[in-house]
Design a protein around this ligand. Structure first.
Ligand code: COS
Length: 379
């Protein structure tokens, strides 16, 4: 797929912003394990905190192809920051965009799209990640309010977000479990950041364990219909997965470019290491995998832009891009040899950052289940 001028412009704008406002500071943020929310301001100014949200609601009103191009560029600058921005733009704002009432869009989506409020997505729990239907958090109706109790796990930006989309069971009958989605401002009494997890990579982005301790929200904060939560979660994850594929692509592209440059400068056995066929074959394979991943992602995004469901295509794009990205980063380190293993060079960090992309928003194994389910329906 070749890009049109408008898409090239989005990519270039995102690249410039990321190079100016993320890349130079990412290492310092990662070392401190702290991300200053103020760093999102230039992205808000450009409309990139509501990439997919209509202009009248404060967003940039871009299509999905623009979104994945944008995400690739942000991830090239830093994987962790791309997760914060990606979660906000996809599973943070999309449930409100697709299922929110007019009032909910005005009250919650607009300030999110304008970049005034940051979003989080509270689905996973300590004992239920892939098995999302099995979440144990409960929401009980009391008068005109819902009372939420439970524990949420691996919540990106759980500590710095302003608005959380929280999923909880509104009944527990085994034959027909009912999950509902709620809008929870994180300053609501009972929203408790219990723990910031220590992890392998993406140190610019925190994941938190959130305890829902008798949180009371008015019934107006129910998103969609009661019992519609599982569908809301799965449909927003469908699009979120496109963004995660693009993140993996961006990180791998950065590792590839660094190793290519290195191979053209470093000498061994009397010539540039690029001239050794062993190295050239690696780079040829990496470049091919990158392009294949990019085409899968762009195809899925474009098909979505034409109004089609992309359950299978988004799963394929995420599966392929995230798995190959890890391989590309591995090979990039191999090309740098011992230097690739040092923190002085960026690739060991990218390798750690990219690892989680084949786990979050649906692991590779879940993507295969999703693809398999779709294949079963065909012909
Ligand atoms: N868009 C709209 N609706 C969708 C949808 C989509 N992309 N995907 C599923 N649905 C709907 C289905 O149509 C179905 O609705 P009905 O009950 O009205 O028919 C409902 O949602 C349930 O779909 P399905 O029966 O296919 O779901 P399963 O329980 O079989 O799904 C898996 C099982 C494992 C695929 C699912 O639980 C899943 O994706 N798990 C991973 C969750 C995840 O990504 N966790 C990480 C959280 S973010 S870190």
């Amino acid at each position: 797929m070749l890009l049109k001028e408008e898409h090239k412009l989005i990519k270039e704008t995102a690249r410039q912003l990321a190079n100016k406002h993320i890349a130079p500071f990412a290492e310092e943020w990662a070392q401190k394990k702290q991300f200053p929310k103020a760093a999102l301001e230039p992205f808000a100014q450009a409309g990139f905190m509501g990439v997919l949200v209509p202009e009248h609601l404060g967003g940039a009103e871009c299509d999905y192809l623009s979104y994945v191009l944008f995400m690739e560029e942000i991830a090239k600058a830093d994987g962790g920051v791309s997760t914060i921005i990606g979660v906000h733009n996809s599973v943070g704002t999309l449930p409100l965009l697709k299922y929110g009432s007019t009032e909910q869009k005005e009250q919650f989506l607009k300030p999110m799209a304008q970049g005034k409020h940051l979003g989080a997505f509270c689905l996973s729990e300590p004992q239920a990640g892939s098995d999302a239907i099995n979440i144990q958090s409960k929401a009980v109706k009391q008068g005109n309010n819902y009372i939420l109790n439970g524990v949420k796990q691996f919540i990106t930006s759980g500590d710095i977000a302003d608005i959380a989309i929280v999923f909880a069971a509104t009944n527990h009958h085994d034959d027909k479990r009912e999950i509902s989605a709620f809008i929870v401002p994180t300053n609501t009494k009972g929203y408790t950041v219990a723990k910031i997890e220590s992890k392998m990579g993406q140190h610019t982005s925190n994941i938190a364990q959130i305890v829902l301790d008798n949180i009371s929200v008015p019934e107006e904060y129910l998103l969609g219909q009661q019992g519609e939560g599982y569908k809301i979660a799965l449909s927003t994850l469908e699009c979120g997965r496109l963004g995660v594929g693009a993140q993996a692509l961006g990180m791998a592209q950065k590792a590839f470019e660094f190793s290519l440059q290195y191979a053209k400068e470093r000498e061994s056995f009397g010539k540039k290491i690029f001239q050794h066929q062993a190295i050239q074959f690696k780079l040829a394979e990496m470049a091919t995998e990158l392009e294949a991943a990019r085409q899968l992602i762009h195809y899925a995004a474009s098909k979505r832009d034409m109004g089609h469901s992309v359950i299978k295509e988004a799963a394929m794009a995420k599966l392929f891009a995230t798995e190959r990205a890890e391989h590309i980063c591995r090979e990039a380190i191999q090309i740098l040899g011992g230097y690739g293993y040092l923190s002085d060079f960026p690739i060991e960090r990218i390798y750690r950052d990219v690892r989680v992309t084949s786990i979050y928003e649906g692991s590779s194994e879940i993507q295969k289940i999703v693809i398999g389910k779709e294949l079963q329906k065909e012909g």
